[in-house]
Ligand binder design. Structure first.
Ligand code: URA
Length: 213
């Protein structure tokens, strides 16, 4: 793992890197892509929840009493940035089934590359939750930064951002707009193309995951 002053964490675990390479391969099937994304999302979730606060609970093992660690009361909210965020959401939810779930619908205007909002539904008490926003591709960072703006307007104060691939431009945009929001990713790619795709990337994550192209 490497860290840029706590803002960016690249989880370069061999299992993640291996699975990511198969996802990047243009010949990987839609079903394979989805399965791998689900697997990687669980490995990334492990990293993004690393510092969740713990408390202890008194239990009895078959041998003795002990104060054993359990997650502290602060609840989690997972926010999927539609539509590709849903590919990360499922795996993370399997690890944290009690989390509340919200959705932010943003699409990218292909000409301006600016985000346009079409849906927003999140749990009411975001201010008392640890919020994990998920979107596989941190490209220009415009949609991600806009989604975080909306979550902050809805009261969220403790937000993390989970993605699969990031471009340097997107990381810089997020750091500028939301320096308080740590970003966890499986890889930091080389650059953005002029069409706003991550290079070398994996293409359009939503299309690859849902087979829409
Ligand atoms: N969104 C995608 O799905 N892929 C990219 O490369 C950039 C944004």
């Amino acid at each position: 793992m490497s860290e840029d002053a706590q803002h960016l964490t690249i989880v370069n675990h061999p299992l993640i890197q291996h699975k990511l390479t198969i996802m990047r391969d243009k010949d990987t099937s839609t079903a394979g892509f989805r399965r791998l994304l689900r697997e990687i999302s669980q490995l990334l979730a492990y990293e993004i929840t690393r510092d969740l606060p713990l408390t202890t609970r008194a239990i009895e093992t078959p041998l003795c009493e002990m104060d054993a660690p359990v997650l502290d009361g602060k609840k989690l909210a997972l926010i999927s940035i539609l539509r590709a965020g849903n590919g990360l959401l499922d795996g993370v939810l399997e690890l944290i089934p009690a989390a509340r779930v919200g959705f932010v619908g943003l699409y990218r205007d292909e000409e301006t590359l600016q985000p346009v909002q079409y849906y927003f539904k999140v749990p009411e008490d975001l201010s008392s939750r640890i919020v994990i926003a998920v979107d596989p591709m941190l490209a220009t960072g415009n949609s991600s930064a806009a989604a975080i703006d909306l979550l902050k307007e809805a009261g969220a104060t403790d937000i993390r951002f989970l993605c699969l691939l990031a471009a340097p431009e997107g990381v810089a945009r997020m750091k500028e707009a939301h320096p308080d929001v740590p970003v966890v990713t499986a890889a930091l790619d080389e650059k953005l193309t002029e069409n706003g795709y991550i290079w070398p990337g994996l293409g359009d994550a939503g299309d690859r995951m849902f087979g829409t192209k």
